[in-house]
Ligand binder design. Structure first.
Ligand code: NAD
Length: 365
């Protein structure tokens, strides 16, 4: 069966890593008609918008997209296209597995964590008031009626956490744990300080946990969680977090297993799913055939699983594992500085993974 999948090359190194993932998916024998859509800087040049309507329409229609990273200007310019896609399509789950690969330098060898990050709420909801803006003045005036003094030079971002949003993300984490036979779910929060928002998230987590007595449940305060993940990551399994903590903690976990070049992710909603590497557009490496395509390739494995192509996903993952454990055809980020002369480029890594897939073709497992 041929799938139609939206393909978003993205900015910076995006087109190179997405092309690598596309070639690998095809080499695994999956028939795909790619519906290529431009976003970000290129789309601004051609259509005046970083996220033209036709991009969202394409994902809505195809229900599945493979996406490269998109540059977000810092401080000024257009808002994050990534956040806009997640909000527009209600992709409320950001799933980020982090597991150790042999051959990758890291003090930790047996990490197998799954981060379930809420993807639409929290400080990422985009409700922000600029310093000295009329909206900020109204807000300050309102706060004064509540006897809360806010300095004139303040800017403000709202942290919005809802009961419905918290329940559905925690339920996803437990359902994932049951489906993939994981032993424990840990809810991460700062409810000791943010009693209203994080307190609500924690109450929701405890409520959902009661529906799943077969899965162990516990909670951790986010700062303690960061320390524990660095000291004893083996104690943890599936983590469920509000948006901002999820973003930070999942990068921490990516660091534990060898860096952003190996970190895949899935953005999942009830009607659509977008798969992308965790890393950004790394503009200084754009067009240099330098960065690791494995994060994008492993994201395509999550996509294949989502499509029900379990055997082909396992075949690609196995080829990636093999290439990493041999350590010969890998990019700079997987080697130590003294071995830099031995590294290969983005395209060569993809070629090697494809060669391994072809060696095993016919032996699906
Ligand atoms: P980044 O992830 O692009 O790069 C940080 C560093 O990580 C790079 O300099 C590089 O050393 C390393 N790195 C990243 N990807 C790698 C790979 N595949 N292989 C090897 N090394 C890799 O983060 P940044 O510099 O903070 O962000 C650059 C731009 O990307 C920003 O505009 C940011 O907003 C955007 N961004 C987009 C997404 C997304 O589209 N989902 C995610 C994160 C950042």
């Amino acid at each position: 069966m041929a799938y139609t999948i939206t393909l978003i090359p993205g900015d910076g190194v995006g087109p190179e890593v997405v092309e690598a993932a596309r070639r690998v998916v095809e080499a695994a024998g999956v028939q795909v008609k790619w519906d290529v859509q431009e976003t970000g800087e290129k789309a601004v040049e051609t259509s005046g918008s970083p996220i033209p309507d036709k991009v969202l329409e394409s994902i809505r229609m195809n229900k599945v997209a493979l996406k490269g990273p998109i540059t977000t200007p810092v401080g000024t310019g257009f808002r994050s296209v990534n956040v806009a896609i997640r909000k527009a399509l209600d992709l409320y789950v950001n799933l980020r597995p982090a597991r150790s690969f042999s051959g990758v330098k890291s003090p930790f060898l047996d990490i197998d964590l799954v981060i379930v990050r809420e993807n639409t709420e929290d400080l990422y909801a985009g409700i922000e008031f600029e310093q000295a803006s009329p909206e900020m003045r109204h807000l300050r005036e309102f706060m004064e009626t509540e006897k809360i003094k806010v300095n004139e030079d303040a800017a403000c971002s709202f942290k919005l956490i809802t009961w419905k949003g918290s329940i559905r993300i925690v339920r996803f984490a437990f359902e994932y744990a049951v489906r993939y036979k994981r032993r424990k779910v840990t809810a991460v929060h700062k409810a000791n300080i943010m009693k209203a928002t994080d307190g609500l998230f924690l109450r929701a987590a405890r409520t959902v946990a009661e529906e799943f007595p077969e899965v162990e449940f516990e909670d951790r305060i986010v700062d303690n969680m960061c320390m524990q993940l660095v000291q004893k990551p083996e104690l943890y399994d599936v983590l469920v977090l509000p948006n901002l903590y999820g973003d930070i903690v999942s990068d921490l976990c990516a660091g534990l297993v060898g860096g952003l070049g190996l970190a895949p992710s899935a953005n999942l909603g009830d009607k659509a799913a977008v798969f992308e590497p965790v890393h950004g557009s790394a503009p200084r490496y754009a067009g240099q055939n330098k960065v690791n395509p494995m994060a994008a390739i492993l994201s395509s494995c999550l996509m294949l699983r989502h499509l029900g192509e379990e055997a082909r996903a396992a075949q690609v993952e196995s080829a990636v594992t093999q290439v990493l454990s041999e350590g010969k055809m890998v990019t700079y980020d997987v080697k130590s500085a003294s071995e830099e002369s031995l590294v290969v480029g983005t395209k060569e890594v993809a070629d090697e993974i494809i060669a391994r897939i072809k060696e095993h073709s016919g032996k699906l497992y």
